[in-house]
Design a protein around this ligand. Structure first.
Ligand SMILES: Nc1ncnc2c1ncn2[C@@H]1O[C@H](COP(=O)(O)OP(=O)(O)OP(=O)(O)O)[C@@H](O)[C@H]1O
Ligand SMILES: [Mg+2]
Length: 244
């Protein structure tokens, strides 16, 4: 099985080498858990360590905000963009969905059309840089547009199908609604091939950041929750340390 290394220290060990290439993985976590940082790290590693170009689709924050956050870790997104290795797709207008929204050169009308526009923008930008890695950051903005469960499910499955057809390895980030060991599962967790959880647990008197691969279909993984840290270099996972 072909694997795609995230390059995030320790995380590839949990995946027994890396994320199976071409799969879509949902990265779920609470606010400030590091979803955007991990996603940016995944793309920058792809470019710098593995010569794989990437596309970062932002549904909530503006591209300049994303560049700024990346620069805190000395990841120069602008330079990667200028050299044609990275594209940031600004899909944040989707959040302010009105009758006529401009989404990356595409006029999108009602709700259903915004999905078509988004998928088109993703595919076009991926083709332009020959992307092997894709990040869709802030899925909640999209999900909120489909209050009806049926329509939401169809829309997300359409998006996943479109992402799979690109043959790139994709990370989609989504906020975790409830935390803890007995948290309520979110419907989206059933739709993707893989799910990674990033949470904060109170163990004894201290809060610890914990990462866990909830599932990765058709692939052997380390199911155990493992500690991780956010430092000036980004995210580091400790795959040999037990949590509980
Ligand atoms: N240099 C650093 N050292 C340690 N922690 C840091 C550093 N820079 C940022 N952080 C932590 O990273 C977190 C932000 O990470 P990130 O933006 O990736 O979270 P997120 O999961 O995307 O959040 P949101 O759901 O709000 O988008 C903050 O909580 C902050 O504590
Ligand atoms: Mg974020």
């Amino acid at each position: 099985m072909l694997k795609t290394s995230t390059g995030v220290p320790g995380l590839d060990d949990m995946f027994m080498g890396g994320i199976p290439t071409g799969r879509v993985v949902l990265l779920m976590g609470g606010p400030g858990s590091g979803k955007t940082i991990l996603s940016a790290q995944y793309l920058i590693n792809g470019i710098q360590k593995y010569k794989e170009n990437g596309v970062f689709v932002t549904l909530e924050e503006s591209p300049s905000h994303i560049r700024e956050e990346a620069s805190l870790f000395k990841w120069d997104f602008q330079k990667m963009e200028d050299s044609g290795k990275l594209k940031i797709v600004d899909a944040s207008p989707i959040r302010r969905n009105t009758d006529d929204q401009k989404l990356d050169k595409l006029l999108i009308g009602g709700r259903e059309f915004s999905m078509v526009g988004l998928i088109d923008a993703i595919q076009r930008n991926m083709k332009e840089v020959g992307a092997k890695r894709l990040v869709v950051d802030g899925m909640a903005a999209l999900i909120f547009q489909f209050p009806e469960e049926n329509k939401r499910r169809t829309a997300i499955l359409d998006l996943i199908d479109a992402l799979i057809s690109t043959e790139a390895t994709c990370l989609m980030t989504l906020e975790l609604k409830s935390a803890g060991l007995d948290r309520i599962l979110q419907p989206e967790e059933y739709l993707t091939d893989g799910v990674i959880l990033m949470q904060t647990y109170k163990i004894g008197k201290v809060f610890s950041r914990i990462i866990q691969i909830e599932k990765m279909r058709r692939c052997e993984i380390d199911h155990q929750p493992r500690p991780y840290r956010i430092t000036n270099d980004g995210i580091e996972v400790f795959p040999k340390e037990a949590v509980f």
